[in-house]
Design a protein around this ligand. Structure first.
Ligand code: CMX
Length: 434
């Protein structure tokens, strides 16, 4: 790992003085004010986190290390015959900010390969759970069970300097990431395919090996690469990224942090929305007897859901104010590979009717689809129809971004996170009510 580590050391050395200077000379510069609405309302819009891995503009959508999704997909190297870049090349970009050379990609690929063996006890932990356990619980527990492998925790006990925390964290991150495709695919095959497990193929890349272990044919490998890239990071304030950062800020190692990140992702307002979308569409399909509804019929289903006090899953966003470019990238994939699929027809009609309805409904600040509106539909098309599983895919992807963030948090010496609370009475006093 010499080259990657040296490269990171170089980047970290040049970044540290920037953070130090901002703190020492400009620490009092205000970047946000906090209103009562924001304090009660989930801290929306309060600028109080720093990350250089990705940035989310409300109208443009996500940029990874300064690159939009189409730029990432165009610029990163692809293996011969593949439509999408490898996860390995993308992880290099997230970590270093640079587009990797072929040698850089080979190095990460080799690192993952060396570290990919999943200990038997992880499978034993999964097998010990009742079969009706949610896949996200299995995934979170499997990750947490490996905590005893943490190099950072071991080194920390020895009493290492804060300046080198990032090095053992990088070791942990690579060790963990390398195992996630096999753990994810194992959960799928164990729970949904009669425990008919497919052994990994060490000659395949991250996405290719995942598709192979899932037992799904091409182009599912390219879809896996696209998925993991699209779901990797969405700056630091969303529940999963923030949870990972928060837990790691206590210097809990990445096994604790990523397991907690998975737990946050499992909420229906966050990553579980991809499962909820499919559940919702299936409900409509059942009522329609399998027929694709026309726009008027679909409008009725959408209104019925809203009038019963439920949200339309896959629509709305806390930051975005336009169609999520992660949705757009998946739509492009659909138009190329599954334009004729009846469930895609559902998604397409929803895209036509939901934004206007949400505007008329008048509550959601963003009536446009988010990343989850379409992701399950593509899985369904390729035979992965057990929608409980979909958020695990999100979790594998999200780990790429959160782990990159945690490595940099450690490198830049970010402290333990500790915002301040006030009481309702204090708010009333500040508002001049009392
Ligand atoms: N359907 C119906 N109502 C919606 C809505 C939707 N898709 N999106 C927002 N609203 C409602 C909210 O529930 C809220 O209602 P109340 O005032 O009664 O509480 C109101 O509109 C204002 O919400 P907002 O400020 O626009 O949105 P938030 O920042 O509070 O929440 C989100 C954002 C994503 C949780 C919300 O849009 C939602 O629940 N969407 C559906 C679930 C979903 O798709 N989640 C996945 C998001 C992407 C991800 O993280 O994976």
């Amino acid at each position: 790992m010499t080259t990657l580590k040296e490269k990171l050391q170089e980047k970290i050395d040049s970044w540290r003085p920037r953070t130090t200077r901002l703190l020492k000379e400009y620490g009092d510069v205000k970047i946000s004010d906090v209103s009562i609405t924001q304090a009660i309302g989930g801290i929306r819009g309060v600028k109080c986190l720093v990350t250089d891995i990705s940035y989310l503009d409300p109208y443009e959508g996500i940029r990874f290390r300064g690159y939009t999704i189409p730029e990432v997909l165009a610029k990163l190297p692809k293996a011969a015959g593949l439509e999408y870049p490898t996860v390995e090349s993308f992880f290099y970009l997230l970590l270093t900010g640079d587009i990797p050379t072929e040698a850089d990609v080979n190095e990460i690929t080799e690192e993952f390969r060396k570290r990919s063996k999943v200990p038997q006890y992880v499978f034993d932990v999964i097998n010990a759970m009742p079969m009706d356990t949610h896949p996200m619980v299995m995934f979170s527990a499997a990750i947490l069970s490996m905590e005893k492998e943490s190099v950072f925790a071991r080194e920390y006990k020895k009493g290492i300097s804060k300046m080198v925390y990032w090095e053992s964290t990088l070791e942990d991150a690579l060790n963990l990431l390398a195992k996630l495709p096999e753990i994810g695919a194992y959960i799928y095959r164990y729970k949904f395919k009669n425990n008919d497990i497919i052994a990994p193929d060490p000659n395949l890349d991250f996405g290719g090996n995942f598709a192979h272990m899932m037992g799904v044919n091409k182009p599912y490998d390219d879809l896996a690469r696209l998925y993991f890239i699209l779901h990797s990071d969405h700056e630091s304030g969303n529940v999963s990224a923030h949870t990972g950062h928060l837990v790691a800020s206590a210097l809990s190692d990445v096994y604790y942090a990523i397991s907690a990140m998975i737990d946050g992702l499992a909420g229906p307002l966050h990553g579980l929305a991809n499962e909820m979308v499919l559940r919702w569409i299936q409900g409509v399909m059942d009522q329609m007897g399998g027929k694709v509804p026309d726009e008027e019929e679909m409008k009725k289903f959408v209104w019925d859901t809203l009038n019963s006090g439920q949200v339309i899953p896959g629509y709305g966003h806390a930051v975005l104010r336009k169609t999520d470019p992660r949705y757009a990238a998946q739509r492009e994939f659909c138009l190329k590979h599954l334009a004729e699929d009846p469930i895609f027809a559902y998604v397409d009609i929803l895209y036509k009717v939901v934004p206007d309805i949400l505007r008329e409904h008048g509550k959601a600040k963003n009536p446009w689809p988010n990343v989850d509106a379409q992701s399950g539909v593509i899985q369904w098309h390729y035979g992965v129809q057990e929608y409980d599983f979909y958020t695990v895919l999100f979790g594998i992807g999200r780990s790429l971004g959160v782990l990159s963030n945690i490595i940099w948090d450690r490198a830049l010496g970010y402290p333990i996170e500790r915002p301040k609370s006030v009481t309702t009475t204090m708010l009333e006093e500040m508002a001049g009510i009392k």
